[in-house]
Design a protein around this ligand. Structure first.
Ligand code: IVH
Length: 697
């Protein structure tokens, strides 16, 4: 085919001409790609190349039935075989804390101001960038020497899935950054599908007899995780870039300036992003977004506020999984009214009995809701919710829908009030409610199948052992079949590979894959291991704190057994870890005191290896125990603590012979004397700044 269709504007093409033109473009762009990528000898300028791709896409939009198998909009190298590869983010992808009103926003700002020790004037001058919070999927894009080399999903925040081939089909994604860029840079953004495009996709799904997506977010997720990039290419995914990951060189001094750089490199930055001159402008911006929300072609669920100054962002750092310098101010929750069909009691991993409402399915802000939590028996009594009632349901963000209350129906006869069972509906053991607690718990412990199964599900979940292909369904299946009763059994599953292969729904390939996934997890980082144990009140951040503090499993276990003695040094040390309070310490000690748990641990440790924890930050102070005393003049105590922890140190409150260093602020009192008595190294504030690599003031 010659170039006779090349000059015809897209709108003027007949179907026949369009087909010829798409063939021409496919061949041409493929050749240019080889010249550029493989021979490093570009034949045309970036702009010309982009124009050809755009023309191709415009024709495809006009004639979707003509999209070719080898269309350049698909841009596949090779389709990923089976699952996606995993990739570790150079800088973790964190989440945001939420606020729901002006008062909570004020608390967020106040916390940052106190952390930084800003004066009232400085606080008033604090600038923010406000950005719509897109309800899509966050992704991380890596560019080397200005070329797009990898794109990953968020995953668990540390390791994501490699969806490079799929991302390459996005129009908004520059394959090459325009202008100067650092050698290596990670750029974060949100992939989403517009509302109109979402409706069109669902029409296609319906026509093809496939299940429609529940909302644009699911449609975007489903499209991005397609094994065949050609399918992704047909889904109109968009991308807004909004955050920084790793970078080999600084690119900006403020977030606003960074957004400008993103635009210059060729990204789309949400045009509604606004530089706010002070916190007073935050609320009006929020109100404006509430008004504009309905006019946008994409879903937003709130506003993200980021402190503009990157030097301040750096000082503020992170607390747990969220930055101290940004927050999401969420829109009010969506509500709807429906009927309560029944109340089911679920038994969780710690034996908690939770009443769950089964509802007549109802659309709440675009999501079909059929279940909602009722929390506990007091809540049910307080709201006087009874089976058969008309109830008000609320859904906010990703949280489980809730029942707000009953909608009165005068004249209708209501069912009897709900009575919470005093026995576990699963194992029949007593379900008692300890004094002062709202929750009733099954006393069956690990004889209760519900608890065993829930713990196992938690154990293999994505943020714990993360065993691919071993989800809730297969855990239930293997448990019922008697193959898995305790965590250690999971690592004995490979011995049953042949048997698994013959099970319904399994086959040789899937059994092989499962075994491979299990073998890959025989070694696990210490913090994940702690989290996987499912100890009450020990979530991911506490697990990290513990792992950092104790360094190795052997040390931790020994200390926890010693901590069983109330008043022991080990017990005191545990309670003093920042973030771990008395109640959490009690749970951990109780866990280790339980003989069954010890036996389970021994069995499990015969199967796996727990990696010692790497110190955080650059590890300069890794393993050192530091005490701050007296008042510091250049930084607040929380900031000092955060800096020390980032460098791998543990910060404790009291001086003991385990302390390595005491930093003396002004008017240091008894702790300074104790340090001198015990012969512990001390530093003044200037010395501390130097040690921490902070500029002198
Ligand atoms: S910044 C460390 N900016 O919200 C801060 N996130 O709830 C990284 N999101 O995982 C996030 N719009 O998927 C940022 N303008 C925006 C955003 C945004 C949507 C998502 C993102 C993140 C989640 C946190």
């Amino acid at each position: 085919m010659s170039g006779e269709t090349a000059q015809i504007p897209v709108e003027a093409l007949t179907e026949e001409q369009a087909s010829a033109e798409l063939a021409r473009l496919a061949a041409l762009i493929a050749r240019l790609n080889v010249a550029y990528h493989q021979k490093d000898a570009p034949e045309v300028s970036d702009a010309e190349f982009d124009a050809l791709r755009r023309r191709n896409e415009e024709i495809e939009t006009r004639f979707p039935t003509l999209i070719r198998e080898d269309s350049p909009s698909v841009q596949v190298g090779a389709a990923p075989d089976g699952a996606f590869g995993k990739h570790r983010h150079l800088v973790p992808m964190l989440s945001l804390d939420n606020v729901f009103d002006a008062a909570e926003f004020e608390v967020f700002v106040g916390r940052a101001v106190r952390f930084l020790g800003l004066s009232e004037e400085q606080a008033a001058a604090l600038q923010f960038v406000g950005e719509p919070k897109i309800d899509g999927l966050s992704i991380s894009l890596t560019y080397e020497k200005g070329r797009f080399v990898r794109g990953t999903t968020r995953g668990d925040g540390t390791v994501g899935e490699d969806v490079t081939a799929n991302l390459k089909t996005l129009r908004d994604l520059p394959l090459r950054l325009k202008g100067e860029a650092p050698e290596l840079i990670e750029i974060r953004g949100e992939v989403f599908i517009g509302k109109a495009a979402f409706l069109a996709i669902n029409e296609t799904q319906n026509a093809a007899g496939e299940r429609p997506f529940a909302n644009p977010r699911n449609a975007a997720a489903g499209s991005l995780r397609q094994l065949d990039p050609k399918v992704t290419a047909k889904r109109p995914l968009s991308l807004f870039a909004y955050a920084m990951g790793a970078s080999s060189a600084p690119v900006a001094t403020s977030h606003w300036e960074y957004l400008e750089r993103l635009k210059a490199w060729g990204f789309t930055v949400n045009p509604l992003s606004t530089l706010l001159a002070g916190k007073a402008e935050a609320e009006p911006f929020f109100e404006r977004m509430v008004r504009e929300r309905a006019t946008l072609d994409y879903d937003i669920d709130g506003v993200v506020y980021k402190i503009d100054d990157l030097a301040l962002q750096d000082r503020l750092g992170f607390a747990g999984r969220a930055p101290r310098w940004a927050v999401a101010w969420k829109f009010p929750a969506e509500q709807a009214v429906t009927r309560l069909l029944s109340i089911e009691i679920q038994v969780g991993r710690t034996g908690a009995l939770t009443p769950v409402a089964h509802l007549e399915p109802v659309n709440v802000g675009g999501v079909l809701v059929a279940r909602a939590t009722l929390h506990n028996e007091d809540e049910i009594a307080r709201k006087d919710v009874r089976v058969g009632d008309l109830v008000q349901v609320q859904r906010a963000g990703d949280v489980i829908p809730q029942i707000l209350g009953v909608v009165p129906e005068p004249g209708r006869e209501r069912a009897a009030p709900f009575v919470m069972p005093d026995h576990c509906p699963v194992c029949g053991a007593m379900a008692k409610r300890p004094e002062g607690e709202a929750v009733r718990r099954c006393e069956g412990g690990l004889t209760c199948p519900a608890q065993v199964v829930e713990r196992l599900i938690h154990f293999v979940s994505r943020t714990a052992f993360d065993i691919d292909g071993l989800g809730e369904r297969s855990i239930r299946e293997f448990h019922d079949a008697g193959l898995v009763r305790a965590p250690g059994d999971i690592f004995r599953l490979p011995e049953h590979e042949a048997e698994i292969a013959t099970r319904e729904g399994w086959g040789k390939t899937s059994a092989r894959k499962l075994v491979k996934a299990i073998e890959e997890r025989r070694t696990i980082p210490f913090s994940r291991f702690i989290y996987a144990l499912g100890i009450r009140r020990v979530g991911e951040s506490n697990a990290k704190l513990l792992a950092r503090h104790y360094g190795s499993y052997a040390n931790w276990a020994a200390q926890m057994r010693a901590a069983a003695v109330i008043g022991s040094e080990a017990r005191q040390e545990l309670g003093e870890i920042t973030g771990i309070g008395g109640a959490i310490a009690d749970e951990i000690v109780a866990f280790f005191a339980e003989p069954h748990n010890r036996a389970t641990l021994d069995d499990l440790l015969g199967q796996i290896t727990v990696e010692d924890e790497q110190a955080g930050g650059d590890g300069k102070l890794s393993g050192k125990v530091i005490v701050f005393t007296g008042s510091l003049s250049t930084m607040t105590r929380p900031e000092a603590k955060a800096v020390a922890e980032r460098l791998g140190a543990k910060v404790t409150d009291s001086v003991s012979k385990k302390t390595d260093l005491v930093v003396l602020g002004e008017d240091a009192g008894s702790k300074a004397r104790k340090a001198a008595e015990l012969g512990i190294d001390t530093l003044d504030e200037a010395g501390w700044r130097e040690l921490a690599g902070l500029p002198a003031v």
